[in-house]
Ligand binder design. Structure first.
Ligand code: 0O2
Length: 216
């Protein structure tokens, strides 16, 4: 790991700082993930239903952080990473229906120990690529032995169908280094439209099934 960090231009004392920074980010990630799992369990207890299908979490790779900083015109320093890269710690919450998505977002917004730093609602306002997902940048206090470090975590909330689309689009984006042929981009936009249609139809079906269950 330290070899990779050195290759990226982070040397000497900075390696130590980097190790400390990643320790704090992975602690923040675990705290947020546990919080989400508890909320999901509580929801199951109250409503006999789990809004969350599954959760993925990751610490962004050093290469990916450096690429992002470059893209935004910043030098690769630890300070810039912490100040300008909001998704070093990232959690993805995958749910079945678009209605679950908003329930989850509402639950997260009500958590007193999570400060909402920023929101990007790519569900209401999808990207031109067709990308849909709800992003929250939250800050959570990590309690170390001698200080408290408020740490940012990016939470992405999306449906299974949106996740399926985003995974392939991400792969294509990297394969063509952001410059995919026009016909592939167009096909992806069309697939995104189909994903939105599928999500709407599955939601409608689920609501109909639930209403029938209640009427019995
Ligand atoms: P990775 O490999 O997933 O970490 P940016 O626009 O990325 O320079 P910002 O403000 O972080 O800066 O952007 P945004 O829109 O909040 O995107 C953050 C993350 O959302 C991305 O991280 C992706 O994970 C995801 N994302 C955003 N747009 C798209 C998209 O069009 N397609 C897919 N598949 N994912 C997207 P990274 O660092 O790009 O990538």
């Amino acid at each position: 790991m330290n070899d990779i960090i050195e290759k990226l231009g982070i040397k000497g004392d900075d390696i130590d700082s980097w190790n400390e920074v990643t320790l704090v980010y992975s602690a923040a990630l675990r705290q947020v993930q546990t919080k989400i799992e508890i909320l999901n369990e509580e929801f199951q207890h109250v409503h006999q239903y789990n809004p969350i299908e599954h959760i993925k979490s990751r610490i962004k790779s050093p290469e990916s952080i450096v690429k992002k900083l470059r893209r935004h015109g910043y030098e690769s320093t630890i300070e810039n990473m912490v100040n300008h890269c909001n998704d070093i710690a990232g959690i993805r919450i995958i749910c079945s229906f678009t209605s679950d998505l908003y329930q989850i977002v509402d639950m997260l917004k009500k958590q007193k120990d999570l400060e909402i730093v920023a929101i990007k609602d790519y569900i209401t306002y999808p990207k031109a690529s067709g990308y849909k997902s709800y992003h929250l940048i939250v800050s959570i206090p990590v309690y170390l032995s001698d200080r408290i470090v408020n740490t940012r975590v990016e939470i992405q909330v999306r449906t299974v169908a949106m996740d399926f689309w985003a995974s392939l689009e991400h792969k294509i984006h990297y394969k063509f280094e952001g410059d995919a042929p026009e016909h592939i981009k167009n096909e992806l936009v069309e697939c995104a439209r189909m994903v939105s249609d599928l999500d709407a139809r599955m939601l409608h079906l689920n609501e109909e099934i639930n209403a029938k269950g209640r009427a019995k």
